[in-house]
Design a protein around this ligand. Structure first.
Ligand code: ZN
Length: 503
């Protein structure tokens, strides 16, 4: 490696370290911190964020990027080499971050840390009015953020780009418009099918420790490496990483409902295996992490849904699950269990939604946050707007704020623009899955034998190792040869539920 590239890697390494420290603080806040720590933690986060941001946007970094690029070009470096991709991607991020003042970054981190703490109380009390002033602050800050990037095509573009580099609001709207009528029609056909599925078996008393143990057994088989990761409990399950060799997941266990821990654990493991698969050559640089939230979600939802809610997986694991809970499951057949975990039923809570209705939850949120950021919806009117849309899309109405507008932490964390990536991730997962089926023809048979090694190796080779070397759209095109489309996803959903509901 040339001397200039080495200097750049040293600088980027320090930025990466600060970002990792920031994530450790966030992990601790959600897993261990007593409520009294909130005020001090907001300052910790503000300080580390400011220093990290200042370091990234420094003139020294700008010069180091230039110098390294010149050195690589002189040496005739391959355009796809790690070093070249690091320089190109980091120059893009550098130009982006230069537009945002460090003081704003610090203040935003402090404000959202407190808002998140307040959201927990407001949700507990099911009282949106408590949270309203915090959300108004978040919206104000997010508009300011967008304005750092003016002129833009749409005020939401910079927010989206923050999570999904290169993605435009117009594209998201187009994909949503393509998908919405098909998704609504599918849910209606299911409702009209007359097929009734009994999922009461999932709502029994399931021992918490056994739920934990079964989840751990499954994700170990998937390939989650506990030598380089761990699992804890938190109110809102999440994944974070401090390097590819220290990746943390959390889960939450409901003693009266099997699904949250079971599928939540698979979901977070999908995120975590992505981070554990980052290539050595890009480690300890900001390129050494997932390419975007959409790509990330394609990984988590693939393990949770395409594998974890699939028939081949349960052919392998149902008798094992029965052995954990014989008193509950011994009289339920594999087929009945499979139908129960795939029952389609409008629900108020996004994270508990089935695959057929899930995207409607996302569309609702994205439409509302677009209206909030465009200024056509006042924060005070949000709960009513939420409830109205729930009725329109799913035919049900929340009876309180906790099961309505306060259910997700994202807005409290300042994450406007985030929700779209869940839906994009679903679409990407199906695109990748169709390619995997071409490359691994006996995939179902492997899953039926609880053999996940070839699947994980394919993901490592095609997605994980590259980290953020490529923007999401480019990565998807490199792997599948296509640009983002809803077709494979609609095919997957239609096939699956036509079978279950005899459509
Ligand atoms: Zn996720």
């Amino acid at each position: 490696m040339g001397i200039k590239m080495e200097q750049l890697r040293t600088l980027l390494g320090e930025v990466y370290d600060l970002q990792a420290i920031n994530l450790i603080l966030g992990w601790d806040q959600q897993v261990n911190m007593p409520p009294g720590g909130a005020e001090a933690r907001s300052h910790h986060l503000a300080t580390v964020n400011r220093i990290s941001h200042q370091k990234f946007i420094s003139d020294e970094m700008g010069a180091a990027l230039q110098a390294a690029k010149g050195e690589l070009e002189t040496a005739g470096a391959e355009p796809d080499s790690n070093d070249m991709r690091i320089v190109i991607r980091m120059q893009e991020v550098y130009e982006k971050l230069r537009k945002v003042p460090s003081e704003w970054v610090a203040e935003f981190a402090r404000m959202t840390s407190l808002a998140q703490r307040n959201w927990e109380d407001a949700r507990e009390a099911s009282d949106f009015a408590m949270f309203q002033p915090h959300l108004e602050q978040v919206i104000k800050f997010r508009r300011q953020y967008a304005d750092f990037f003016a002129p833009y095509d749409h005020v939401y573009d910079p927010l989206l780009d923050y999570f999904e580099p290169g993605m435009k609001t117009a594209q998201v709207k187009a994909v949503f418009d393509e998908l919405r009528p098909q998704q609504v029609a599918l849910v209606r056909r299911i409702a009209d099918s007359g097929v009734q599925i009994d999922d009461s078996i999932l709502h029994k008393r399931y021992d918490e420790q056994k739920q934990w143990d079964f989840g751990v057994e499954v994700i170990k088989a998937f390939g989650f490496d506990f030598e380089r990761g761990r699992q804890d409990k938190s109110v809102h399950p999440f994944t974070t990483h401090f390097s590819q060799n220290d990746v943390r997941i959390t889960t939450r266990i409901n003693p009266n409902f099997l699904n949250p821990a079971l599928f939540g654990t698979m979901h977070e493991a999908g995120h975590a295996m992505y981070e554990q698969g980052i290539g050595e050559g890009i480690a300890r640089t900001p390129v050494g992490q997932g390419a975007s939230l959409g790509i990330h979600e394609s990984q988590s939802r693939m393990w949770e849904n395409l594998i974890g809610r699939g028939y081949p997986f349960w052919k392998a694991y149902y008798s094992r699950l029965q052995s954990f809970f014989p008193e509950i499951l011994s009289d339920t057949s594999l087929d009945d269990f499979y139908r129960a975990i795939n029952k389609v039923e409008p629900t108020l809570i996004r994270v508990e939604a089935d695959e057929a209705t899930y995207n409607l939850h996302i569309m609702l949120r994205v439409e509302l946050e677009l209206a909030l950021i465009e200024g056509t919806l006042a924060v005070g009117d949000l709960p009513e707007a939420w409830n109205r849309k729930m009725e329109e899309y799913l035919g049900i109405r929340p009876s309180n704020d906790a099961e309505g507008v306060l259910q997700d932490v994202h807005w409290a964390s300042g994450y406007l623009g985030y929700f779209s990536t869940y839906l994009l991730g679903n679409l990407m997962a199906s695109m990748l899955w169709e390619k995997m089926e071409q490359d691994i023809p006996n995939m179902d048979a492997l899953v039926e034998q609880a053999q996940f090694g070839d699947l994980l190796a394919w993901l490592r080779e095609n997605i994980h190792q590259h980290g953020a070397k490529y923007k999401p759209a480019e990565l998807i095109r490199r792997v599948t040869g296509k640009s983002l489309t809803a077709e494979p996803y609609v095919r997957y959903l239609t096939n699956k539920f036509s079978d279950i509901y005899s459509l």
